[in-house]
Design a protein around this ligand. Sequence first.
Ligand code: ZN
Length: 142
Amino acid sequence: MSDEAACAICATEGGPSEAVIFRDEHWAAEVVAGYEVPGWVILRARRHAERITALTDEELASFGFRARDLVAAVSTVMDAPATYLMVFGENYPHFHVLIAPRGADVPVERRGGDILRLRGELADPDAAFALVPAMRAAYGSA
Ligand SMILES: [Zn+2]
């Protein structure tokens, strides 16, 4: 089996349209199964590219704009005091970033990287998907 065939990030290409904030030639932003915390969005390369080092110059050139505009859209919709842009690539080497707004209600000791530990507690798929139209609109006007 190829890396691409086994890749959970590549598999989101076949996800539901209700999850999609945008897709363009190189990038897609979606609410992803297992990370359905309201406001959390994954921005991923549309092809199987492992780590940032595998991106082409063309992909890199557009990445900053997509990440900036998506963080702006998420921050606006969620009225978040902070919005995190996280890249790990440990469990899923396909290049992607998790964009996670941090609400005012998140305790200080859970901020920063510890926000990931709230994934289970904060998961609310219906609420996460319900935010997609507002995120699309905010992204489109960023
Ligand atoms: Zn992949």
